[in-house]
Design a protein around this ligand. Structure first.
Ligand code: ADE
Ligand code: ZN
Length: 345
């Protein structure tokens, strides 16, 4: 299922590679490459339902979000101790550095791990070990966003928030992920209210497979500051206008949308339409180990399929910086770096 690599013209490809980029929508568990999955399975004596790395990759053919989530949650079973979480994130940062990534806000799904007996502190400590290394080794800044699994009851999300609040300094926000259909944001009003009271940033997956109405709910009922995916806003022209006016960022993941058949093909993706309508759209990689490309590959293939201009690519990179949960001085510094990288276009 892995897409052919991009054949974008050299000038735009070089611009994409040298642009400092920000990742606002990446599930750290979705960076678990088959090689590491096998190594950790061996370490812990876990039997995988695959004979080889190639067999794992061959299984990555998805019909929809749920068919992916089934494999993704199964893969997480090999993540057991602090060093596993460190190794997972360290492998991600090594790839991110090669992609000229400067800042990442990483989702993690604690319920996937705590249900197997992994402690909240184990997850957070392991991820923070790698985040500290990435800052020293590559100059990449990063932060964590705790996501609630929306297919589970709100009571589970409330218990998860309670378990996480003693480590409040180790994450900056909360999000909502997993199977979207029939699990509207309205199901989680109380837990997001508690999260806002704890001064956490708020994001939510909405309008990936679910209707535009879920985007409105995420904004009005949960207080979402960014919408993850959000591509189905297109079904509600008034919402599109409102998103253009409010500049609430949409963290779009083109290769994910293609792999999970949110769009039949990248050439039919509405990313360029939304960008040209003035929405604050960004390009991100979601679960790159499963969808065939990290952030640079997402930019390259989207630019090629939708014929994004050099100026538009710079706008997308700037949107990522503006949408990040970082101080305005840090934003100004990163916007300056983007301007430098784009000075000759
Ligand atoms: N968890 C990991 N990736 C996801 C996605 N694309 N949508 C919802 N939940 C997810
Ligand atoms: Zn996602």
């Amino acid at each position: 299922m892995f897409p052919t690599m991009s054949t974008l013209d050299p000038a735009r490809a070089a611009l994409i590679r040298r642009l400092p980029k920000v990742e606002l929508h990446l599930h750290i568990e979705g960076t678990l490459e088959p090689e590491l999955m096998f190594a950790l399975a061996h370490k812990h004596g876990v039997a995988l339902p695959y004979a080889s790395v190639e067999e794992v990759r061959a299984a990555y053919k998805f019909d929809d979000l749920q068919s992916f989530l089934d494999l993704y949650y199964a893969g997480c079973d090999v993540l057991r101790d602090r060093e596993d979480f460190r190794a997972l994130a360290a492998a991600y940062f090594e790839r991110a550095a090669a992609d000229n990534l400067v800042h990442a806000e990483l989702f993690f799904d604690p319920q996937t791990h705590t249900v197997r007996g992994v402690a909240m502190a184990t997850i957070l400590d392991g991820l923070h070990d790698a985040m500290a290394e990435a800052r020293t080794k590559y100059g990449i800044t990063s932060a964590l966003i705790l996501c609630f699994l929306r297919h589970l009851p709100e009571a589970d999300a409330l218990a998860t928030l309670e378990a996480a609040l003693p480590y409040r300094d180790k994450f900056i926000g909360v999000g909502l992920d997993s199977g979207e259909q029939h699990n509207p944001p309205s199901k989680f009003v109380r837990v997001f209210e508690k999260a806002r009271a704890a001064k956490l940033h708020i994001v939510a997956h909405a309008g990936e497979e679910g209707p535009a109405a879920y985007i409105r709910e995420a904004l009005t009922l949960l207080g979402a500051e960014r919408i993850d995916h959000g591509v189905r806003c297109d079904e509600d022209p008034e919402l599109v206008n409102e998103l253009a006016l409010s500049q609430v960022p949409l963290t779009v993941c083109p290769l994910s949308n293609k792999a999970l058949r949110v769009t039949p093909d990248l050439s039919t993706h509405n990313f360029a339409k939304l960008l040209r309508a003035g929405l604050a759209v960004t390009i991100n990689s979601d679960d790159p180990a499963y969808f065939g490309g990290y952030i640079t590959e997402n930019y390259l293939q989207t630019a090629e399929a939708l014929n994004l201009t050099a100026e538009e690519l710079v706008t997308v990179a700037e949107n990522g910086v503006r949408g990040a949960f970082i101080a305005s001085e840090e934003k100004d510094a990163l916007l300056g770096k983007i301007r430098d990288a784009a000075s000759d276009i």
